[in-house]
Ligand binder design. Structure first.
Ligand code: AMP
Length: 218
């Protein structure tokens, strides 16, 4: 049996990681692990983890590593060793990348590819302003300016949509700043390993997906 692809989707908030992860998951039969979705799930349930994460998330800061790393690694390592996965939103700083790297190497399942979705800041701000999330399955949806959102339903599962607290302008600016300072240093780390693929992400969902699929095929 061929092994599944081990992929990291990398990019700033609003780059389209969640949307592309959904498409890739279905097409390539991969397990999708999103750290943000996991925190939002816990937040919705009001668990101690969710309550702890909330204050950081609402400010646009990273949730501390001692809270984040273990729960994500547990999910990754629970996937059968020949199973593929998409990591979306993790790793997000050099320590997370280092711990992930060591854990995967110890199990002989290094990452195959890190896909960097490059999107301009103006496009990010534009997208995040119109982003609505499904209350149930957390799929992201894009709503145009002035469009009525009252009766909008999730196109995946039919549940209602909401706007994330951390998509408010102040939190968005902070998240972009945190990305630039704490997350972008990982690009050099993955480039050195020869696994980094750069994808221009300012295009439509379909176009970006085609660019990713073409890059993965080659
Ligand atoms: P996201 O849905 O990926 O934009 O993540 C939403 C928020 O969850 C982030 O702004 C952080 O507060 C938190 N978060 C998600 N992933 C991580 C991570 N790998 N490390 C720390 N905090 C994270």
């Amino acid at each position: 049996m061929t092994k599944g692809l081990r992929l990291v989707l990398f990019g700033p908030p609003g780059a389209g990681k969640g949307t592309q992860a959904q498409l890739l998951r279905e097409r390539l039969n991969l397990t999708h692990i999103s750290s943000g979705d996991l925190f939002r799930h816990h937040l919705g349930l009001g668990t101690p983890l969710g309550l702890r994460a909330k204050e950081y998330m609402n400010r646009g800061d990273l949730v501390p590593d001692e809270v984040t790393i273990d729960i994500i690694l547990e999910k990754v390592m629970s996937i059968p060793s020949d199973g593929g996965f998409i990591l979306d939103g993790f790793p997000r700083n050099p320590n997370q990348a280092d711990v992930l790297d060591k854990k995967l190497a110890a199990d002989s399942r290094d990452l195959d590819v890190v896909v960097h979705l490059k999107v301009s800041e103006s496009e990010l701000l534009n997208r995040l302003g119109g982003r609505y999330i499904c209350r149930d399955c957390q799929s992201p949806h894009s709503i145009g300016e002035g469009e009525d959102t009252t009766d909008k339903k999730c196109d995946q599962c039919g549940a209602g949509l909401y706007q994330r607290d951390d998509d408010a302008p102040a939190a968005v600016m902070k998240r972009i700043e945190v990305y630039n300072e704490e997350t972008t240093p990982l690009l050099g780390f993955y480039q050195q390993r020869g696994v980094l693929v750069e994808i221009p992400g300012d295009h439509s969902v379909d176009r970006v997906n085609k660019l990713i699929m073409t890059a993965l095929d080659s």
